[in-house]
Design a protein around this ligand. Structure first.
Ligand SMILES: [Fe+2]
Length: 206
């Protein structure tokens, strides 16, 4: 079964100036869609044609098939990223808020750390909040690389820092894009859900 471009969990104009409809037209409609096409083209007629997205990501990594890994991992990364965004401003609550205070001091400290990691990430990649054991960690991954390709790293929240994520609305100003998202547009409810360790499955398909 071929992979599909998942629908956005909100209207493409839901974020106003924070992320424009034009950004979603390109980022979701063109970039994300291109990864779906690239993965399907490579998988057609192979043993992995009916495999799940997570299975393809792991198999491509094990086989050293960088081209397939990049396409499949980018389908998953982008799907997860859309779910990490909320057009309605939220705050971390409950167990997540307690863990943030325990591991970072405060939500403001976590946001500062996520921003610093994501701004400082050289070239294309993804900023991440992940769960390792019972501990929250801020990290980043290069290009298409993804926490779901590693044992014991559970995805909670991601920030796309490829230039295509912010160039339409922020030109080259990655810090401004990150400020806008981190302060106004994170789906902390989704991040909380992912504390169950099943975040990987929430962007899987096939
Ligand atoms: Fe992207």
């Amino acid at each position: 079964m071929a992979f599909v471009l998942p629908e956005l969990p909100y209207a493409k104009d839901a974020f106003g100036d924070i992320l424009s409809a034009e950004t979603f037209d390109y980022h979701h409609g063109k970039h994300h869609n291109a990864y779906v096409t690239q993965a399907n083209d490579q998988l057609a007629g192979t043993d992995l044609a009916d495999a799940s997205l997570l299975t393809v990501i792991k198999a491509a990594k094990d086989a050293g098939n960088k081209k397939l890994f990049n396409a499949a991992a980018q389908i998953w990364n982008h799907t997860f990223y859309w779910h990490c965004l909320s057009p309605v401003k939220q705050e971390p609550t409950g167990k997540l808020a307690e863990m943030i205070t325990r591991d970072f001091g405060s939500t403001a400290d976590l946001l500062a750390k996520l921003k610093a990691e994501s701004v400082g990430h050289f070239a294309s990649g993804w900023g991440w909040l992940v769960l390792e054991g019972d501990t929250l960690k801020v990290t980043s991954f290069h290009d298409a690389d993804t926490p779901v390709a590693y044992e014991g790293v559970k995805p909670l929240l991601t920030l796309d820092v490829w230039e295509h994520a912010y160039y339409v609305d922020y030109r080259n100003a990655r810090p401004n894009y990150l400020d806008a998202l981190l302060n106004n547009a994170i789906n902390w409810e989704f991040v909380s859900q992912n504390l169950d360790g099943a975040g990987a499955s929430r962007a899987d398909q096939g």
